[in-house]
Design a protein around this ligand. Sequence first.
Ligand code: AMP
Ligand code: MG
Ligand code: MG
Length: 335
Amino acid sequence: MSGSPAVLMRLVASAFTVAEKAGAIVRNVLHSGELGIVEKTGANDLQTLADRVAQQSICASLSKRFPKVTIIGEEDLPAEEIKDDLIENGQAEDILQKTCPAEYTGLKEEELVVWVDPLDGTKEYTEASRCLRVPPETQNLSRGLDPSEPLSTAPWLLDNVTVLIGIAYGGRAIAGVIHQPFYNYQLGAGANLGRTMWGMLGVGAFGFKLQEVPDGKRIVTTTRSHSNKQVTDCVDAMEPHEVIRVGGAGNKIIQLVEGKASAYVFASPGCKKWDTCAPEAILHAVGGKLTDMHGNAYSYDANVKHMNSAGVLATLRNHEYYISRVPQSVQQALK
Ligand code: AMP
Ligand code: MG
Ligand code: MG
């Protein structure tokens, strides 16, 4: 490669290491036991110390290196001096080595918008933190999801947590990083925790093994903590063979690309642009699709409203089938 890598490649390479630093912050706050929980709009809309400090770290690190990029973070935080130890200066070398798609080589910093969800799945994060206070011998760290299990013994909720950094250009999600800070938690103390996935349109997606649900099987993944009748009616209308209820938009996209679910269905407002930008870019990079419940794309321009008011439908394949099953009542309600 000749010359310096394109701005977009440098931005994604930075976002990769910045997301990992944010993941370390998320783990450290959990292990400290002092979550500093604040209710935003209500008991199902929480912010913790981890959300706050991870966002400070991500935004300050990226804006230091890319001062002209527009960065929009989920949390409303007072402007304050960010401590030096929160700044991450690293860049993922292997991303810098990739060839930038021709259509993006000339992009300028000021044309890019970064959507940051410092901690996606905060509700589940706070619930999982409670289980860590249960004596280790009463935890079953290897068990799968069992909704009848008391939450105090549900450490698998940790896998619902992700750090999301999405990059948009011309209103489209074109690149994204998803970091899962507790990946491998089952291996216990001393394990190398966490993994980072990234993707870019025209380049592909990395950090996981792309797998599909067997053809003809419909496994729908949906919200665990923001459900209502409309959400469940719409899931039922898809005639799923199986329904999975888990936290986090990032986590549900991971389920799609790893062959654990065939559609992410959320027929309600509630998800915001920072929830879907990075996941959408990664999903689109491997041929999937994320739209509202009418099949329309969301725009990620800097000035769009934050709420994904018409819901979220994401699939790796057969998007049209799921769109065709959305009940009219849901379509009307999500206008
Ligand atoms: P969930 O699938 O419920 O984990 O939601 C995915 C993302 O959308 C998370 O960041 C949630 O916080 C957010 N979200 C969804 N519904 C709501 C809601 N009713 N209020 C606040 N945030 C929501
Ligand atoms: Mg979120
Ligand atoms: Mg969040």
